[in-house]
Design a protein around this ligand. Structure first.
Ligand code: BGC
Length: 448
């Protein structure tokens, strides 16, 4: 029992959050480059201009990953680094960077797992309407196809898009993330649809180039945790797959089309006349395939049976522990989440992100003693193990994040890394959690 021998233990990052070098070597502008310049868009006026300077320090970073013993490393490509205008001419210096990074990882025996789109959308395409443009899915598919042409000989695990809930809902409805738009619902639904169409077209294009690569999709969402693990299971399940209100921060709006080939009925009913008409043939493309389900799970909500369609969300008890993001620490989310997702969508699961932000001080002795993160990881991964032992096909786990990094609208204020980054000097320090995680990987989970 326990984790299978080939379980993929890894850590994850994303291009804009760590690379820096925002104008180096012909990189084009991304919507995050321009969003960061807006007043009050990002905490403290922080930008990703330098971030962790990973673009220049990737070799040393990979050495640290090796020291931790990571078997896999999930990172994203910066679309505008490869295609400065989003389409057209490729920037070979950008391609070279990823070639070198991938080769360095492979030299160290670390499996590269590449996300094509983790939110740094080319500004030039945004100026043409971005995801609202009816060509946007083709732009994305073209980028995906070229990326797999360049790197598919060495990268065998790909993710098309990370958390459409965020780049669509936060980016186009609430305006909290880049590009910072606050469109009406109809426009937001068009953007969401085009992004999914982009996934489907990318999937087909990538498989046509290299049938041997695995291509997944990594949405986020909400996780229902039954208060009583017998009585409330179905309520938690209905809660998790229900559609309430305008927010697209739901599971089903993105997952049902991609994995099941239709929009959720309750969502369609909610949007009613606001729902645009799309060609019928689109759904078959959106549902073209996904070889695995990448899920980012940080916390869950407590749900109790009350006979209502989505059960009853129960408030947390006073004193419920929160991370530095203000997110509840709910380890059981890593048991129920994958279980419910597998039940509904039937795809092997990879935990593509899980972790916590903490107030990580470098101690006077130079170490970073993040014992709370060890406790967080230990509890969450123990719950994941239950799922593995219950027979859910969970292939891997990626801690978010390998390095402290640019936490989007929160700037550098929130630290998620298992490696501490001093942004003034770019010094890296392995946190206690990195050492603990190293032992976890070495013992394949037996130190839980
Ligand atoms: C994103 C990451 C982010 C993390 C913590 C996810 O929403 O994919 O980019 O840093 O969670 O907020």
């Amino acid at each position: 029992m326990g984790f299978p021998e080939n379980f993929l233990w890894g850590a994850a990052t994303a291009s804009y959050q760590i690379e820096g070098a925002s104008k180096a070597d012909g990189k084009g502008e991304s919507v995050w480059d321009s969003f960061c310049l807006k007043d009050d868009a990002v905490f403290n006026g922080d930008t990703g201009d330098v971030a962790c300077d990973h673009y220049n320090r990737y070799r040393d970073d990979v050495k640290l990953f090796k020291q931790i013993g990571l078997k896999g490393y999930r990172f994203s490509l910066s679309w505008p680094r490869i295609f400065p205008s989003g389409t057209g001419e490729m920037n070979m210096k950008g391609v070279d960077f990823y070639d070198r990074l991938i080769d360095t990882l492979l030299e160290q025996g670390i499996d590269p797992c590449v996300t094509l789109f983790h939110w740094d959308y080319p500004q030039e395409l945004y100026l043409k309407g971005g995801w609202l443009n009816s060509d946007s899915s083709d732009w994305f598919a073209n980028y995906a196809e070229q990326a797999v042409e360049c790197f598919g000989d060495r990268v065998k695990r790909w993710i098309t898009q990370n958390e459409p809930q965020c780049f669509i809902d936060l980016g186009h409805r609430t305006g909290y993330h880049a590009p910072g738009d606050q469109h009406g619902m109809r426009q937001v639904l068009i953007a969401a649809h085009n992004s999914m169409l982009g996934h489907g077209k990318a999937y087909r294009a990538m498989k046509a180039v290299r049938p041997d690569v695995a291509v997944g999709y990594a949405p986020v969402g909400i996780t229902g945790i039954p208060v009583d693990p017998v009585r409330d299971i179905d309520a938690a399940r209905r809660f998790m797959f229900g559609h309430r209100g305008d927010s697209l921060f739901t599971n089903t709006w993105f997952m049902d089309p991609v994995f099941l080939g239709h929009y959720p009925e309750d969502g369609l009913k909610h949007y009613g006349k606001q729902m645009p008409e799309f060609p019928e043939s689109d759904m078959a493309i959106i549902n073209a395939g996904a070889d695995f389900f990448g899920t980012n799970i940080y916390h869950g909500d407590l749900v109790k049976e009350n006979g209502e369609p989505y059960g009853e969300q129960v408030p947390f008890a006073p004193g419920q522990e929160l991370t530095a993001m203000g997110w509840q620490i709910t380890p059981e989310a890593l048991n129920w989440g994958p279980k419910f997702l597998y039940e509904r969508y039937g795809k092997p699961i990879i935990i593509t992100e899980n972790g916590m932000a903490g107030t990580d001080l470098v101690g006077m002795d130079g170490t970073v003693n993040d014992s709370y993160r060890i406790e967080y990881l230990r509890r969450y991964i123990s719950q994941l193990k239950r799922g593995v032992e219950e027979g859910i096909p969970i292939l891997g786990y990626f801690a978010w994040s390998a390095l402290d990094n640019f936490e989007w609208a929160e700037g550098y204020a929130k630290r998620f890394g298992i490696i501490h980054v001093d942004y003034a000097t770019q010094k890296r320090t392995l946190k206690a959690s990195a050492n603990w995680y190293a032992e976890l990987i070495r013992s394949n989970g037996s130190n839980l």
